[in-house]
Ligand binder design. Structure first.
Ligand code: SAH
Ligand code: SF4
Ligand code: F3S
Length: 482
């Protein structure tokens, strides 16, 4: 385990070991020299800022970057005015890229006044050839660029920025490697994400993720269980299992395991009170999983089940491998096995060729399922995906109008679902002191709704019973129940 490693014991004058993670421990020890030198020169350790732009998987990667920066002697700060700034990027939609280009302009101005500052970029956007070209041409002030497949090499790459002139670039096309036992710094003490797999093999026709995250790779169950046991020993009560399609977990392992079997094993770990997971692809959601959820006392009664579109014709074009009827039948099976389960979803509006009739099918599913909440997205053309070459892109004004109608429908059902819980008593995991009113604390129900109630800081990380007095649409005001 990483926490048993003493970096001071590593001989940094020897040549670097070839095997992982020992090689990274060696470079971490080397980086420590630089932060110590900085301390001697400045009377303080260098500061570092890690900015995340992506999904929960990226957020977990950012915790790994933070863990390494802390281990080598950086002080982590919230501000971008730091000695080392790293952006962990996303490219799922065009606006994710635009945000990064915008912020880079600002960082450049800051760096001109603080020339010793280092700027690093990593994550999904870096896996795109055009992005790399643009960086090489017009963003020479960036010190380090790496992608999603070699993030485990961060210590080695960071070290390269100290000894190498110019922009350090290391982008891999793909990998089958998973490196365990590197340091990670959790954002919350009481909850944590846990990667169970990386990459995606589904190639939904609109989606860039399989191209930038590579092929699906599952971690070994014993590595996952060991990590969760360690987290539980460290005070974590809630875990979120992460993967682009958790329902296909374990299929490619030497000894295949199903996701449902993995969940049953995790359930046995003492100290873990709540288990969440995302994302579940409807095409691979098994009856075995539904049965495990139904009898579990720890798996939260919440399922994120991306619909993307309610039109069977569009679903086929999207390469989703289910149709409207199959999706609705699945919802039916889940709801009857796990009564009261909260369902949330992702929906894309304006996929190429989407007609008014197709869109009405989506509205129909939203009405029939009545989601607790939904992430709604305007289709964004991603170069390199099959959908990007389609000629029948939907005009912007039509998409916008459909998007507004969808949002209204979603909100109406979400409010109805939440309202139905008013007056009940349920368990809340307290997460933080309320930002607006410090006499309140805020937390989440198992079904993921947020609750604010009077309470003090020492409740953070505890699961308590709360009466849901007042529903505000997407959240509740409540009080501790005895
Ligand atoms: N693996 C997950 C989704 C990861 S991406 C799954 O299959 O559900 C998160 C969401 O972004 C997707 O569910 C989809 O709704 C949305 N998305 C992906 N590509 C998009 C695109 N090109 N335009 C708009 N939304 C997109
Ligand atoms: Fe993208 Fe589809 Fe893979 Fe999800 S399952 S990451 S939407 S390709
Ligand atoms: Fe974005 Fe990469 Fe996640 S593209 S959504 S950060 S997997």
């Amino acid at each position: 385990m990483y926490n048993e490693i003493d970096l001071k014991q590593i001989n940094i004058n020897a040549s670097p070991p070839a095997e992982e993670p020992q090689r990274q421990y060696y470079f971490m020890a080397k980086c420590c020299q630089y932060t110590k030198q900085f301390f001697t020169g400045h009377g303080r350790f260098p500061t570092a800022h890690v900015q995340n732009y992506g999904c929960q998987m990226n957020a977990r990667d950012s915790e790994k970057l933070t863990g390494i920066l802390e281990a080598v002697g950086y002080e982590i700060v919230d501000s971008e005015e730091a000695d080392f700034v790293i952006y962990n990027t996303c490219t799922v939609r065009e606006n994710a890229n635009n945000k990064v280009w915008g912020r880079l302009g600002y960082l450049n101005t800051y760096k001109k006044k603080h020339p010793h500052m280092k700027i690093a970029l990593c994550g999904c956007m870096m896996q795109e050839a055009e992005v790399l070209e643009k960086l090489k041409k017009s963003y020479r002030f960036v010190d380090l660029v790496f992608g999603t497949h070699n993030i485990y090499k961060f210590a080695e790459l960071l070290h390269a920025t100290f000894v190498q002139e110019g922009m350090v670039i290391d982008i891999w096309k793909d990998t089958d490697k998973i490196v365990e036992d590197l340091p990670v710094e959790r954002k919350y003490k009481f909850k944590s994400g846990v990667n169970i797999m990386f990459g995606c093999n589904n190639f939904c026709s609109y989606c860039i993720v399989p191209y930038v995250r590579g092929r699906e790779r599952s971690r070994k169950p014993q590595d996952i269980l060991r990590e969760i046991e360690q987290l539980a020993a460290d005070g974590v009560v809630e875990i979120m299992l992460l993967g682009q399609n958790v329902n296909s977990y374990g299929k490619n392992l030497d000894v295949p395991v199903t996701f449902a079997q993995l969940l049953s094993d995790i359930e046995k770990i003492e100290g873990i009170e709540r288990i969440r997971f995302m994302t579940s692809h409807p095409k691979d959601l098994s009856d075995e999983l539904i049965a495990v959820m139904a009898k579990s006392s720890k798996i939260c009664h919440h399922l994120h089940l991306p619909l993307q579109s309610g039109s069977s014709r569009i679903l086929k074009e999207m390469n989703r491998h289910y149709d409207k009827e199959q999706y609705l039948a699945l919802v039916e099976r889940i709801r009857s096995a796990v009564p009261g389960i909260a369902l949330t979803t992702d929906i894309i509006v304006g996929f190429p060729g989407e007609t008014e009739e197709d869109f009405l099918e989506t509205l129909d599913v939203v009405r029939r399922v009545g989601y607790e909440s939904a992430f709604t997205f305007i289709y964004s053309k991603r170069t390199g995906t099959p959908a990007a070459t389609k000629s029948d892109q939907v005009p912007e004004n039509v998409v916008k109008e459909r998007f507004d109608r969808l949002l209204k429908e979603v909100q109406q059902h979400a409010t109805m679902r939440a309202n139905a819980l008013t007056g009940s008593v349920d368990e809340v995991l307290v997460e933080e002191v309320n930002e607006q009113d410090d006499t309140l604390v805020s937390g989440r129900l198992g079904n993921n709704f947020i609750v604010h109630f009077p309470g003090s800081r020492d409740l953070i990380g505890k699961i308590v019973k709360v009466k849901l007095n007042e529903c505000k649409g997407f959240y509740f005001y409540g009080e501790l129940a005895q």
